[in-house]
Each structure stands twice: as structure tokens, then as C-alpha cells.
Design a protein around this ligand. Structure first.
Ligand SMILES: NC(=O)c1ccc[n+]([C@@H]2O[C@H](COP(=O)([O-])OP(=O)(O)OC[C@H]3O[C@@H](n4cnc5c(N)ncnc54)[C@H](O)[C@@H]3O)[C@@H](O)[C@H]2O)c1
Ligand SMILES: O=C(O)[C@H](O)[C@H](O)COP(=O)(O)O
Length: 377
């Protein structure tokens, strides 16, 4: 079998080398010239799998994207050709949950407003939205949820409309796929009118797709509403985000919210499973990850937002990444993505809690909770 894969996918060798010949290319460079004899194509979000690309791939039988989003795949064309395809639902949801929690803590500390005092609204309650909700509820924070497709499917509420979230929430975090048609399109879901109605001093987080927020409108609204706070991981026109918007954002990163070693490996494992369809076992996470947990940390009894932020920053430092991203622009968007491939999830940090209540909270946040050892740590 001839496999063509994005060179930045995790665990390519241990997962796919035994299945055939694996050729690696930079994702943005994969084009019709590369696909003539390819049986299986493994991509990430940066490769646009268009009808034109598929037309140049007569032997293609399988396309896998190691991502949650599928907006870069021409799904109708794949299905018309009978090419099996899969994405990797939920693979990096924990990484997104951890990114958003850290972004909110940064804004809480910066604005001197305890996170627990904010009314937080989530738009989209699938894998990533739920990952954010889980972490906030570990801190005792309830959220208002907006997800019309879920609401219509009868999922347990309460549910709120987007208009209600905008009216009531101090914080809005977006977790929807990019959808351009149908009953619930999300293209420019936050347009100029809706952005203009955000509450005074509201925080807006976008870690789903840049096009879900009208970026030009956001520039205009933020320019006249300096009270708004923005945490933006995704942008219209990646890898060339609008410089004016980067400048106006409080936190800006290069579409890396879902980047964790664990999330990347999970994505590759899911593609392996879909490709082999049970013909051989998929190597376990522990084998692919290796034994490389971080040194344990003993915690104080009381943890405020700043303490929790410091703990989280010891795993991954979003404020530092924000600075590196700004310094890398205008050309370095993909360089920052490449540089984020070693980020670990909270579970890589063993923590020794001071109280049993804290132990529960830290476990629910995703940390590995350890008992005290004989040295008190
Ligand atoms: N920044 C990153 O690194 C990163 C990482 C992972 C995912 N993403 C993006 O986030 C998106 C969401 O990921 P997910 O895993 O939560 O997907 P998911 O499919 O599990 O959930 C999406 C949810 O959005 C809901 N939804 C759809 N249209 C809606 C609308 N108009 N209003 C409100 N809710 C709506 C759906 O009903 C669903 O529950 C992905 O499609 C991808 O584009 C970005
Ligand atoms: O949809 C997703 O899963 C994310 O946007 C994903 O994290 C993007 O990562 P990449 O395609 O660069 O691997």
C-alpha cells in the first residue's frame, strides 16, 4: 500500500510503517502531482482535499484527517468516488479544554476579576465545548450552553439561544464546526451586529475556526469597544491572520489550541484504526508516548486563580506562546505550529494535593493526582 502523509503527523512510523510505503510531505504542499499512485492519504487541516486533488488520485481508497474539523475535505466528492474517509472526533478536545481554561485564567488575573464570578457561555457542546465545561465545572463554575442541533435532538437542557448568551454572558467561548449552509450555519456566526451587542467588558474566545467570527467586523467593533477582551487561536486567512486583529487581541496564538502530544497521537491512532479496520491492533497510547511524565508538584491548601494559572503554566505557558507568536509574524504562523508539537496535557503533571477536596478538583481538571510519599511530596 502506498501511503502519503503530512510530515507533521504524530507517530507515523510506529503506526503506519508496517502497512506499506510511507511518503511524507509538508501538509500545505501536498498537491495533484503527489497523488498519482497513492492508496491512502493522511492529512491535517492544512491540506485542502478538493475535488481537483481527488481527480489526480485514481488509486485513492482512503483519506484520513488527524483532526476534529472536516471543513478542508470535499466530503461529497469523496463519497461520490466511494473513497473511505474519516476524521478523528474528539482526539484533541482535552487540549482545547486546557487551552481555553488557561486563556480564561490569564484574562481573570489580568482584569482582576475572579473567574468564578463570570457568567460563561459556551457555543457548541460537542467534544471541545464539553471539555471546557468539564474543566469549569471542576472549579464549581456553571455555564450557559447554546447548541441548537443538540437541543433539537432532545439532549438534556437547559439550553439558551445565541442571543440569550450574548445578552447574559461575561464570557463567550466558541466551539462549533465551520458550517456554510443548512439550518445552523456558523460562517460569521458572530457578525458585526452580534459582536456589537456583547456585554460591557465581555471576553470572547475563539478556538474553533477563524471564519466563525467576521474578523473585519471584530476589528471594527474592538476598535470602538476597548472594553472587550479577545483570546483568539484561529483566524480568517490562516496562515496570514490580519495584523490589526492580532494587535487587538489580548491572547493570540497560531491555531494550536488542540495541539498536545497526546491529542496528536490520538488523532493518528484513530486513522490507523479506520485504515486497518480490525486487521491488526493499534499500538496503545502508553507505548507511543513513552515514559516521560513531568516531576511532581506539592500544592498549597488554597489555590486562587493566579496559583492555578501558575500550576498550569508549568505544563504549558500560553502567555509565553502569545509573545512568541506575535514575534514570529507575519511569516511565522506555521513555524509556531511546528514549535508547539511537544506540548503535554495536564495529565503529564503529577500533583500532590493538600486536601481531599483539592484532589477531586485537580483530578477533574485532568491532572494526575498522587498521594504524599515519605518525603511529604
Ligand atoms: N483550535 C484548534 O486547535 C481546534 C481543535 C479542535 C477542534 N477545533 C474546531 O472546533 C470545532 C468543534 O470541535 P468539537 O470537537 O467540539 O466538534 P463536535 O462535532 O464534537 O461538536 C460541535 C458541536 O457544535 C454544535 N453546533 C453546530 N452548529 C451549531 C450552531 N450554529 N450553534 C451552536 N452549536 C452548533 C453541534 O451540534 C455539536 O454539538 C471543530 O469542528 C474544529 O473546527 C479547533
Ligand atoms: O480540527 C482540529 O482538530 C484542529 O483544528 C486541529 O488541532 C488542527 O491541527 P492541524 O490540522 O494543524 O494538525
Amino acid at each position: 500500500m502506498k501511503i502519503l502523509a503530512d510530515e507533521n503527523m504524530a507517530s507515523l512510523d510506529p503506526l503506519f510503517a508496517d502497512l506499506g510505503e510511507v511518503r511524507r510531505l509538508p501538509g500545505r504542499a501536498i498537491g495533484p502531482q503527489d497523488l498519482q499512485d497513492v492508496d491512502a492519504l493522511l492529512v491535517r487541516s492544512v491540506t485542502k482535499v478538493t475535488p481537483e486533488l481527488l481527480a489526480a488520485a485514481p488509486a485513492l481508497k482512503f483519506v484520513g484527517t488527524a483532526t476534529i474539523g472536516t471543513d478542508h475535505l470535499a466530503i461529497e466528492a469523496l463519497e461520490q468516488r466511494g473513497i473511505r474517509w474519516t476524521n478523528a472526533p474528539g482526539c484533541n478536545a482535552d487540549a482545547v479544554g486546557e487551552y481555553v481554561l488557561q486563556a480564561l485564567l490569564i484574562l481573570a488575573v489580568k482584569t482582576c476579576k475572579p473567574l468564578a464570578g463570570q457568567t460563561i457561555g459556551l457555543v457548541g457542546l460537542g467534544n471541545t465545548g464539553s471539555a471546557v465545561q468539564k474543566r469549569l465545572s471542576a472549579l464549581g463554575i456553571e455555564v450557559l450552553r447554546c447548541d441548537p442541533p443538540k437541543q433539537r435532538s432532545g439532549a438534556a437542557g437547559p439550553w439558551f439561544s445565541l442571543a440569550q448568551l450574548i445578552e447574559r454572558c461575561d464570557v463567550i467561548s466558541l466551539h462549533v464546526p465551520l458550517i456554510t449552509d443548512g439550518d445552523d450555519p456558523t460562517l460569521a456566526l458572530l457578525d458585526e451586529a452580534r459582536l456589537g451587542m456583547l456585554k460591557s467588558n465581555a471576553w470572547l474566545v475563539n478556538a474553533c475556526r477563524g471564519e466563525v467570527v467576521d474578523n473585519d467586523a471584530l476589528i471594527r467593533v474592538k476598535a470602538r469597544r476597548p472594553d472587550l477582551r479577545l483570546a483568539l487561536d484561529v483566524w480568517e486567512g490562516e496562515p496570514r491572520p490580519k495584523a490589526a486583529l492580532v494587535e487587538l487581541a489580548d491572547i493570540a496564538t497560531a491555531h494550536i489550541a488542540g495541539y498536545s502530544v497526546e491529542g496528536k497521537i490520538r488523532g493518528s491512532q484513530m486513522l490507523h484504526q479506520a485504515l486497518v479496520q480490525g486487521r491488526c491492533p493499534t499500538p496503545e497510547m502508553a507505548t507511543l508516548l513513552g515514559d516521560n511524565a513531568l516531576p511532581p508538584r506539592q500544592l498549597e491548601a488554597e489555590l486562587d486563580d493566579a496559583d492555578l494559572l501558575a500550576l498550569i503554566r508549568s505544563v504549558y505557558d500560553l502567555a509565553e506562546e502569545d509573545g512568541l507568536f506575535r514575534a514570529a509574524l507575519p511569516d511565522g504562523f506555521d513555524k509556531r505550529r511546528q514549535a508547539n508539537l511537544a506540548r503535554r496535557e495536564f495529565s503529564a503533571l503529577p500533583v500532590v494535593p493538600a486536601t481531599s477536596k483539592q484532589a477531586k478538583m485537580l483530578a477533574n481538571l485532568g491532572f494526575t493526582v498522587e498521594e504524599k510519599n515519605e518525603h511529604g511530596i
